[in-house]
Design a protein around this ligand. Structure first.
Ligand code: ZN
Ligand code: CU
Length: 480
């Protein structure tokens, strides 16, 4: 039999959580066609395993790459980690369907300026993705804040009945056109005043389409458990699958509560489809907002529109320079971005290790001084948490980064190494992989990610993007 690619004698970590095994893996066209002792096979190219692991390409379930993958379709930060699919549109912000009357409201500015929002329909966005031909596959959520921004003149109130009607129509059309679900970012000032009832109307539509609801919850601090309950209720009433975004115990008063949050998640998961995503770091990153400032935790400024010269200084250093307090400094710096040292490592590890959690980077590609999660999330899980700390074995690490993610986001025939599945693959040297992206030097490609295949094509090798073969993945309806 003649095939395009043959991986000879690799350790297959198949993405299901099953123990790794030695085999040959053959790829023809965009699919895996055979796994086993493939002696008689002739291949265009044979790759020797040499002790390395073949894994399903990783699925970054939490990204803000909506416009990045159009502007910079090589997507080096992601493919260099072994990521072959990104889910965009998280935290209530998406590039489509959006027509903005003015400047993008916070935190939509994380995706770019007014010129980034040129996709009034999901189809327009899908066309732009196809044109750009990114190196990785893309599936898109629709943001609740983005829907609000289309129809509301101010955000410090609930949407009116008329506005909500228009938001529902836009969401319905986007889901019809292939968006995989809805996201919300209720902690952000511009969505906070949306009552549960506003979300319920929208999530009901999500449920009717058999799609997914992801939420950056209203309160990840002292109100964490209440926010979890609100999320479970909204999704359950709608019959929608739920993913809690970047589950964390935010703020020092909340440290040590991971077991409580995870127990609530487990209980809900016994009655409805719900999971969470998380990134493997104890610092968060987003826009700078006064309510997040507590005067104690370290906050590193990553960008500031009025004061770009203050990037890479801490908020306290800037406040000292100006002779003001941290809240006054915050007002002068905004719009701005920041990294917040607001979690406890033990909570982070408990959430990351839980069987219901998936890995998502939450990386911010437009940030000039990004949090290291943008380039380092997946290598850090494998090198630091799996190999070095032994928080879980490699089969479980890979399941959280591929198989579980594909099944929760309903990406058919992806996230696993099996015959007939799409050939999205990463060849990893577990002895060499290192977590090299740091807060001081965040934009580093990890050693040990030796080769990445996207839809059957070798797309990353020797530290460089070789081909761009990603696709837009549209929603697979349960009923279909
Ligand atoms: Zn978020
Ligand atoms: Cu996010």
């Amino acid at each position: 039999m003649s095939v395009d690619l043959l991986f000879h004698n690799v350790t297959v970590v198949d993405g299901t959580g099953e123990p790794p095994y030695q085999a040959d893996v053959a790829v023809r066209g965009d699919r895996i066609v055979a796994i086993g002792q493939l002696e008689g096979y002739r291949a265009q190219r044979t790759i020797e395993g040499e002790g390395r692991c073949l894994m399903p390409g990783f699925i970054d379930v939490h990204t803000h790459d909506d416009t990045q993958l159009i502007r910079h379709p090589e997507m080096l930060a992601k493919i260099a980690q072994g990521v072959t699919t990104v889910i965009v549109g998280n935290c209530g912000i998406s590039a489509s369907p959006v027509s903005l009357p003015g400047v993008p409201p916070d935190p939509m500015n994380l995706l770019g300026g007014a010129d980034a929002f040129i996709y009034p329909t999901f189809d327009a966005y899908a066309d732009a993705v196809a044109q750009a031909s990114p190196s990785v596959n893309v599936a898109a959520l629709i943001g609740h804040t983005a829907l609000r921004a289309n129809v509301m003149d101010r955000f410090d109130r609930p949407a009116s009945a008329q506005e909500l009607e228009e938001m529902c129509e836009k969401l319905d059309a986007a889901l019809q056109a292939g968006a995989i679900g809805l996201s919300s970012g209720l902690a952000y000032t511009n969505a906070k005043q949306a009552p549960q009832a506003e979300l319920q109307r929208l999530v009901d539509i999500v449920g009717a389409h058999g799609a997914l609801y992801t939420t950056h919850m209203r309160n990840e601090h002292d109100g964490l458990l209440d926010s979890l309950q609100e999320s479970f209720t909204t999704a359950r009433q709608a019959g929608a699958d739920l993913v809690i975004s970047h589950l964390k115990c935010a703020g020092s008063r909340n440290w040590g509560n991971a077991p409580l949050a995870l127990a609530a998640l487990e209980k809900a998961a016994s009655e409805q489809s719900c999971n969470c995503d998380c990134y493997p770091y104890a610092a968060s990153s987003t826009t700078l907002d006064a309510w997040r400032v507590d005067g104690k935790m370290e906050i590193l400024i990553t960008w500031s529109e009025p004061h770009p010269e203050m990037a890479k200084k801490t908020l306290q250093e800037i406040a000292d320079l100006w002779g003001v307090d941290q809240w006054q400094a915050t007002e002068r710096l905004r719009p701005a971005g920041a990294i917040y040292q607001m979690m406890n490592e033990k909570d982070v590890q408990q959430i990351l290790a839980h069987p219901l959690s998936m890995v998502g980077s939450d990386g911010l590609p437009s940030d000039p001084n990004p949090h290291p999660r943008l380039w380092g999330t997946f290598p850090r899980v494998l090198a630091h948490y799996c190999r070095d700390l032994k928080l879980f074995d490699v089969a479980e690490a890979v399941r959280k980064m591929s198989g579980l993610s594909a099944s929760r986001f309903r990406l058919q025939d992806r996230g696993v190494v099996r015959e007939g599945a799409f050939a999205d693959l990463v060849l990893v040297d577990m002895a060499k992989i290192e977590d090299v992206a740091t807060y001081n030097d965040p934009c580093r490609t990890a050693p040990g990610i030796d080769l990445v295949v996207v839809n059957g094509v070798v797309s990353y090798e020797q530290g460089q993007v070789q081909q761009r073969n990603g696709r837009l993945l549209t929603r697979q309806s349960v009923s279909a």
